[in-house]
Ligand binder design. Structure first.
Ligand SMILES: Nc1ncnc2c1ncn2[C@@H]1O[C@H](COP(=O)(O)OP(=O)(O)O)[C@@H](O)[C@H]1O
Ligand SMILES: Nc1ccn([C@@H]2O[C@H](COP(=O)(O)O)[C@@H](O)[C@H]2O)c(=O)n1
Ligand SMILES: [Mg+2]
Length: 444
């Protein structure tokens, strides 16, 4: 019969055992039956290591191509490629060509969306793609020539209907809608189509009234709601374009860090950091019978685990950890931070058997990495293997990632954002201020 404290420990440990988190990194040791209630895969948690895909939509002649060119120019980065939805216009049949004035080029069916999907998926997988070349004067594709687009870190996909198809939208990490006044667009379109696309004024006006404007109202405008960013006035809006370029730079920086350190995981902002961290633990499949008598298949952690919060901010993540793992043991480490020299260990209280556990180390902000390194070093001195530590945080600075990953290459970092840099006071910028003060309400 175990002692009272041991039995409480036992009950708590059991309670923290099986957990049916939705986020798994590796498949279970044996595949679950097809009928089982399996959680979504986390294969896509490596998304930042894939190209960053930006969709740019808007009405005809709103300035989509112009905005994309400006973004590419300002990035000064050869790792950006542009794909135009126009390239995927279906060629007209001879009958359609004879009655071209009756053809609706602004309807979603005018595009070969399957081929467009194939193109973006191929580029996202790191392979080059031969993009068709479309001739607006002849209304057909050049049969023997293609534009070879190489895989890249950033893919920009622009076109009037790139937000229309849900499958295309789901491939995008960022969606921009170029919002330009309809009169301005018509004026630009008349000039462009008569000068560049071999049209006369009457045909442009007729096509606009018959197809372009109705399709804008029916398909383009309704897709504006999917945009993350709306740029009024298109290419004239330098402020918006500067902000977008800055954001892409940040994403490219994250991409580089993830390439250098394969153990750094930047999760999509819709995912929960703690749940994602749990997804990195070894597990086996487990079936339980629910109170209603039905069988549920989930996962059971193979190893014991515990949390360790770096006081005080790390404590803000404890509720999330407890919500996922009821009764989990949580240790504490308090480190005094002095400038960038966070070296002084003030207090620690850790589970006695911590060396047998996988440790989820909690601290919402990774800045210089000095206090994190101090905490990790302490865990290693207590016998925790480096590879058994998962450091969970919400925001990190590139400096902190370098500092921790160089010293502890086998540890995993799971973060939801890598910000631009540290300022001279060693605070993450843009960051979110003093996290502990804001969370606990002690910021005046
Ligand atoms: N801000 C602007 N000021 C003046 N002309 C512009 C501006 N933006 C685009 N244009 C012109 O308008 C026409 C349509 O622009 P474009 O970028 O090709 O639009 P879209 O790709 O949305 O159809 C082009 O001839 C372009 O040079
Ligand atoms: N053969 C074609 C194909 C397309 N169009 C028009 O092009 C417009 C889309 O291109 P933007 O650069 O303006 O976005 C669309 O509105 C079609 O009407 C065409 O006229 N002829
Ligand atoms: Mg265009």
């Amino acid at each position: 019969m175990p002692e009272a404290t041991t039995s409480i420990d036992y009950v708590m440990e059991k309670a923290s055992g099986p957990h049916f988190s939705g986020l798994r990194i590796d498949g279970p040791t044996s595949s679950p039956p097809a009928s089982s209630a399996t959680a979504p895969s986390v294969a896509d948690v490596n998304a930042p290591k894939q190209p960053f895909v930006i969709g740019v939509s808007g009405g005809t002649a709103s300035g989509k191509t112009t905005v994309c060119d400006m973004i590419i120019q300002q990035l000064h980065d050869h790792r950006v490629v542009l794909v135009n939805q126009d390239s995927f216009y279906r060629g007209l049949t001879p009958e359609e060509s004879e009655r071209v004035h009756e053809y609706n080029f602004d309807h979603p069916d005018a595009f070969d969306t399957e081929q467009l999907l194939d193109c973006i998926k191929t580029l996202k997988s790191g392979q080059p793609y031969q993009v068709p070349i479309y001739d607006f004067k002849k209304h057909r594709r050049c049969s023997d020539s293609f534009r070879l687009v190489n895989a890249s870190d950033v893919i920009i996909l622009e076109g009037i209907l790139v937000f229309h198809d849900q499958r295309v939208r789901s491939l995008m990490n960022m969606k921009i809608f170029v919002d330009t006044d309809a009169d301005v667009r018509l004026a630009r379109r008349i000039r462009r189509d008569t000068v560049e696309r071999g049209r006369d004024l009457d045909s442009v006006l007729e096509q606009y009234a018959k197809f372009v404007k109705p399709a804008f109202d029916d398909f383009v405008l309704p897709s504006k709601k999917y945009a993350d960013v709306i740029i009024p006035r298109g290419g004239d809006n330098h402020v918006a374009i500067d902000l977008i370029v800055q954001h892409i730079h940040t994403k490219l920086g994250q991409h580089d860090l993830c390439k250098i350190y394969p153990n750094v995981y930047v999760i999509q902002s819709t995912f929960q950091v703690v749940e994602h961290g749990l997804g990195h633990l070894p597990f086996t499949e487990k079936q339980v019978v629910t109170p209603t008598g039905s069988m549920y298949t989930g996962v059971d952690f193979c190893k014991k685990l515990c949390g360790v919060s770096i006081v005080r901010s790390g404590e803000s993540m404890e509720n999330a950890l407890r919500a996922c793992c009821k009764g989990i043991k949580i240790g504490k480490i308090l480190i005094h931070r002095d400038g960038d020299n966070g070296k002084q260990l003030i207090y620690e209280k850790l589970p006695n058997d911590i060396s047998e556990r996988h440790v989820l180390l909690l601290d919402p902000v990774l800045a210089t990495g000095n206090s994190a390194n101090q905490a990790i070093q302490l865990l290693i001195e207590k016998g925790v293997p480096e590879s058994h530590i998962i450091f969970l945080n919400l925001i990190s600075a590139p400096e902190g990632i370098h500092c921790v990953c160089k010293r502890f290459p086998s540890l995993k970092i799971v973060t939801s954002e890598i910000d631009v840099a540290l300022n001279e006071e060693f605070r993450v910028i843009p960051g979110l201020g003093e996290f502990g003060d804001r969370y606990f309400g002690t910021d005046d």
